[in-house]
Structure formats: C-alpha cells, structure tokens
Write a protein that binds this ligand. Sequence first.
Ligand code: NAD
Ligand code: NAD
Lengths: 204, 204
Amino acid sequence: RLKRSLLERLVRYCHFMQDKVLDEEITTVSSAQVAAYAELDESQVRKDLAAIGVRGTPRVGYRAADVVSTIRDRLGFDESYKAVLVGAGRLGGAIISYPGFAKYGLHIVAIVDSDPRKTGSMISGLVVQPMHRLGQIVRREQIELGILTVPRASAQVTADRLIDLEIKALWNFAPIWISVPDDVHVRNEHLSVGLADLAYHLSG
Amino acid sequence: RLKRSLLERLVRYCHFMQDKVLDEEITTVSSAQVAAYAELDESQVRKDLAAIGVRGTPRVGYRAADVVSTIRDRLGFDESYKAVLVGAGRLGGAIISYPGFAKYGLHIVAIVDSDPRKTGSMISGLVVQPMHRLGQIVRREQIELGILTVPRASAQVTADRLIDLEIKALWNFAPIWISVPDDVHVRNEHLSVGLADLAYHLSG
Ligand SMILES: NC(=O)c1ccc[n+]([C@@H]2O[C@H](COP(=O)([O-])OP(=O)(O)OC[C@H]3O[C@@H](n4cnc5c(N)ncnc54)[C@H](O)[C@@H]3O)[C@@H](O)[C@H]2O)c1
Ligand SMILES: NC(=O)c1ccc[n+]([C@@H]2O[C@H](COP(=O)([O-])OP(=O)(O)OC[C@H]3O[C@@H](n4cnc5c(N)ncnc54)[C@H](O)[C@@H]3O)[C@@H](O)[C@H]2O)c1
C-alpha cells in the first residue's frame, strides 16, 4: 500500500507531466525539472518514481508518456468506479460540475437529497432523487463511493446508511470526523486544515 | 517553520482535544488515546507535541486545555486576519457559510464577482461587490488573504491582481496550479488529490 504523502506527490508529478510536458510536446523531462516544479529535492523525486518502478536514463531523464501511464496504472485511474452524491446543495452542485472526475475513473451516477423541493430538479444532467430511493440506486448501479455534502448534523447518519448498503469508500466534506468500520475507506476533505495552514503562515 | 504534515497532525490533535475531551469534561488524555483517534504511533504523537514544547506527565498524560491553548498560540489561531473571497458562485457561497472560520482567526470581510447580475446581492450578510472595487476594498480593510473560487480560466489573472495589491496569502480552489512570487503563500485546495486517493483505494 502506498503512503498517502507519496500518493499526493505522484499526483503532482502526473499533473506536471500532463499539463506542462504533453501540452508543449516535450518527450523527456529531468528529475531536476520535476523537483523544481514540485518544490522538492531531486532525490525525493527519484525515490518516489523508483517506488513505482520508473527509472530515468542518465543525461536524458524520464520519458513523460511512460511516467504518466505508469502512475495512472499503478494508482488505478484507468479503472471505472461509480459514485452517489448525497446533499444537492451549494457544495454538492459545485462538485457535480467540477471538471476532471472522469480522468481518475470516478463517475457520479446519482444525486440524492432529503429536501422535497430539490427532488425532481436537474443538476448537470442528473435528476435529484429522494432519500428513500438511495438503497435501490446503490444496489442497482453497484455504487462503490458515497460523496457526503450534507450538513454536519446529518453526516454520520448518512454515512451509516451507506455503510449498511455495503459502500466501499466515503468522501466526507462535512466538518466532522465520521466513524466507520475498518473495511470502509474514508477521506475527509476538511477546510480546517487549510484554515490552520493559512493562519500559521499569516502569523509568521 | 513547522512542516505541513506536522501542522496537519497538530490540527487533528486540537480537534480531538476540543471535540472529544472538553465536551465530555475530561481534563487529561493519554498519548495512546490521541494515537488511537489519529491512527498514528504513540511515539509520533509524543514527538509532535514535544516539537511545540508540550510534555505529558508519566501515568497521568496530557492536560487537554494546555494542549489546545499551546497549539492555538503556536499556530497563530488567536490572532485575527481579514480575507476577501473572489467568485460568488456555488463553491464561494458554500465557503462563506462554512462554520468555524473565526476559530482560526480568519474573517471574510468582502465578496467580489465579475458578473453584474450578482453584484448588489447579499450572501451570508455581505453585499457582493463589483471587481473594480477590489483595490479599494483590499487597501481600506488591510486584507491579507485572497480566497479564489473563480473558474479555472480566471484563477491566474485574479491571483495576479491580488498580488499587485500586496496580498500576503492565497487560498486557491480552482483546479490549476497558480504561480506567485516567493513572498506570497499559496494553498491549493485541489480535489484531484482526493480523487486519486479514492481511486487508489477502490482499485486495491
Ligand atoms: N470541505 C469543504 O471544502 C467544504 C466547503 C464548504 C462547505 N462544506 C460543508 O459541506 C456541507 C454542505 O454545505 P453547503 O454549503 O452545500 O450546504 P447546503 O445547505 O447548501 O446543502 C446541504 C444539502 O444537504 C441536504 N440535506 C440536509 N440534510 C440531509 C440529509 N439528512 N440527507 C440528505 N440530504 C440532506 C439539504 O437539503 C441541502 O440540499 C456542509 O457540511 C458544509 O459545512 C465543506
Ligand atoms: N477544490 C474544491 O473543493 C472545488 C470543488 C468544486 C469546484 N471547485 C472549483 O471552484 C471554482 C468555482 O466553482 P463553482 O462551481 O462555484 O463555479 P460557479 O460558476 O458557480 O462560480 C464561479 C463564480 O466566479 C465568477 N467569476 C468568473 N470569472 C471571474 C473573474 N474573472 N473575476 C471574478 N469573478 C469571476 C462567476 O461570476 C461566478 O459567480 C471552479 O474553478 C471549480 O473548478 C473546487
């Protein structure tokens, strides 16, 4: 299992190779160029890429297309996963229309919400469904990921329902740490870490 | 300067102490309890707290209130900073109403947007201002932080304008890596890292 900090660095290298290199039609790139872009030591870049079996050629560097395809394959971006988004509010609406989900193999196939005024409305091509249909949707579509954009007070109870439906992973945006069984993966996207980072830098 | 990974762990310890401990009126907590909550080694917890000068008492543990006040003080949460949010769309609206900004000393004092249909409307008690007022607002209010919730295509040009106005830090939510001079701190809040983390766990 790759550590989370390594995963985050590999995503950045992948971005660099895709955005800066393939768009400008450069075929090879040096570890120094990647290191400068990612604000890291060259030795860290070489170590990270070696961890997924990618080696550069001395004086030539890394072949960009090879690095991208190895990272995508190793991190599972070429497979396809289905997600349901719960909570069709402001943040939910912004996430549904976020570009790039498909680049990582993730497809939001359903949106549900507890507010009867929202059900039946259309967001980015999907009709908002009522909560009582959640079970039927998750089973029929074989959904593996639940995205939680509900208020803090509803996050745990919504997670519990998805866990009962044997969801494999949860992406929680509500500002609360939800508890789950060991076999469910949870990623919390809390603004509090960003707030702390900024406060720390502004206080310096 | 504290490393970012240490900063993120200290925020989690602070959450634990505040949410679990002060609410339940427990005064001391052991490194084992903190480690279990944060899914880390006990030795990592002890090392992190020692890095900011907090030591536990053998067989008693850490005094929760002391840990919270030391973390808050060391990370600058008790100071006060002003922010302007640019881009009063779905995500901007969700961020403005996010609870807890003030807990980190951050106060959003102005919202601006380029869409004439949005200027003049009210969001969470603030009137949306037109872009031509940005300079005047940043100078008058002595704003230190710019929050970018504009589309990808407008992110760099918006950042450049805020840098001209001598903003100290940028919190970028648009899915693009913006370039800034060395004396400006940028925090990117990209969903791509979360997407990669989830795709990786679903593929395993
Ligand atoms: N992590 C981040 O980046 C970030 C940023 C902003 C907001 N947030 C958090 O995201 C969440 C959503 O914020 P928002 O501004 O979109 O709120 P919102 O009020 O606009 O949307 C919440 C939606 O959830 C629905 N809902 C409420 N209870 C529900 C339940 N039990 N089951 C199903 N649906 C339910 C509501 O009907 C509404 O449509 C909040 O918890 C907020 O704190 C996170
Ligand atoms: N990181 C995350 O968590 C996350 C989640 C969802 C969306 N996003 C990103 O956040 C951004 C906003 O998404 P959204 O769904 O709120 O979009 P939106 O279209 O609802 O809102 C964008 C707002 O920016 C304004 N705007 C456009 N160009 C501008 C400019 N040059 N100057 C000032 N204002 C300008 C528009 O008038 C609009 O009000 C996008 O870049 C999106 O990709 C990030």
